[in-house]
Design a protein. Structure first.
Length: 303
C-alpha cells in the first residue's frame, strides 16, 4: 500500500469515526437500534452542499447539516417515545422518509462542489499536500468531537442518559425522564452522523442521494472492531475505541482491495465489510475461551 493510499484510508477512517461515535450513542449508550443514520448522513451532505452552492458560508452550512441530522433523530425518537412504535421500525420509517426529503433538499440526485469553497479551503494555504492536510484537519475535528462527547456523557445529563439505556425502569424510579433522554440521545447521534456527511461531501467534492447506503453497517463494524481490540471499561476508552475501530476497518478494507494476490475488487467491498464484522463479533468470544482454557490448564498443573 502506498503512502497516499494509507493516508486516504486514515482520512476516511477518521471521518467515519464521527459516524461510529454517533452509532455508539444509539446502540451502546441508549440500547436503541437506529437505522436512521443511513438517511441522516446524506441529509447532512445534501444540506451542506446545497448551502455551499447557494453561496452560504461553508461553516454555517456544516452547522445547519448538524442540526438537520438532529431533527431527523428527533423524529425517530418521537415515533418511538410518543407514538410507541418499535424503535427499529421507527428508524426504518424515518430512513425511508429521508430519501424523499433528501431529494427535496438537494433538488436533484447529486450536487457537485468542484471549485466551491469548503471548510477545508482555508487550510490549503498552509503549504501541505492535500493527502497530509485533510487527515490532520479531520484528526483535530474528531479529537474535539470526542472530548465534547466525553464531557457530555460524564455530566449529570449524560449519566441520566446512560442510566436510561442501562435500565429504563430503574431510571424512571430515580426520577429520570427517560423519554426526554431518548429524544436527546438519538438527536445527538444523528447530528454527529449528519455532521460527518457534511464533511464527507466537502472532501469528496459532492453530495449524492445514495451515499448513505450501508452506513449503519460501517458504523457498527467500527464500534465492534474497536471493542474487540482494546478495553472499553470507561467512557473515555470506549469513545477512543470507536475511532480506532473505524480507522482499523478502513485500513483493512484498503489492504484487501490493494492486495492483488487476493483478487478482490471494488465490488467486493460489502463482502469485506461482512467478513470484518463477523470476525470482530467472534474475536471476543474466542479470546474468552482461550483465557478460560489457560486458567483451567493452570489449575490442572497446580493439582
Amino acid at each position: 500500500m502506498s503512502l497516499i493510499a494509507f493516508l486516504g484510508a486514515v482520512e476516511i477512517g477518521l471521518l467515519f469515526g464521527l459516524v461510529a461515535l454517533g452509532v455508539f450513542i444509539s446502540f451502546r449508550i441508549l440500547n436503541f437500534p437506529d437505522l436512521t443514520v443511513d438517511g441522516s448522513l446524506p441529509l447532512g451532505a445534501g444540506v451542506a452542499a446545497t448551502c455551499i452552492v447557494g453561496g452560504w458560508n461553508p461553516y454555517l452550512g456544516t452547522l445547519l447539516a448538524f442540526f438537520a441530522g438532529c431533527a431527523a433523530g428527533l423524529v425517530t425518537a418521537w415515533l418511538n417515545v410518543k407514538l410507541k412504535i418499535l424503535h427499529l421500525l421507527a428508524s426504518i420509517l424515518t430512513m425511508i422518509a429521508l430519501f424523499s426529503i433528501n431529494l427535496r433538499v438537494m433538488g436533484r440526485p447529486n450536487i457537485a462542489l468542484l471549485g466551491e469553497d469548503t471548510v477545508f479551503t482555508p487550510f490549503e494555504g498552509l503549504g501541505l499536500p492535500f493527502y497530509w492536510m485533510n487527515p490532520l484537519v479531520l484528526l483535530v475535528v474528531v479529537i474535539l468531537a470526542k472530548i465534547a462527547l466525553d464531557r457530555f456523557l460524564l455530566s449529570e445529563v449524560g449519566l441520566a442518559m446512560r442510566a436510561t439505556g442501562a435500565n429504563q425502569r430503574m431510571a424512571r424510579a430515580q426520577g429520570i425522564n427517560t423519554g426526554r433522554m431518548t429524544l436527546m440521545g438519538i438527536a445527538l447521534s444523528n447530528g454527529l452522523v449528519a455532521f460527518a456527511g457534511a464533511l464527507f461531501a466537502q472532501l469528496q467534492g459532492g453530495a449524492d442521494i445514495t451515499m448513505g447506503v450501508g452506513v449503519i453497517v460501517i458504523g457498527l463494524a467500527a464500534v465492534i472492531l474497536g471493542e474487540a481490540v482494546m478495553s472499553t471499561r470507561t467512557i473515555i476508552l470506549a469513545t477512543i475505541a470507536c475511532v480506532v475501530g473505524s480507522i482499523i476497518y478502513r485500513l483493512f478494507v484498503s489492504l484487501a482491495l490493494n492486495a492483488d494476490f487476493i483478487g478482490l475488487q471494488a465490488q467486493d467491498l460489502k463482502l469485506i465489510t461482512a467478513v470484518l464484522v463477523v470476525a470482530a463479533m467472534t474475536l471476543p468470544g474466542m479470546r474468552r475461551k482461550l483465557r478460560i482454557k489457560k486458567i483451567t490448564a493452570g489449575q490442572g498443573v497446580r493439582k
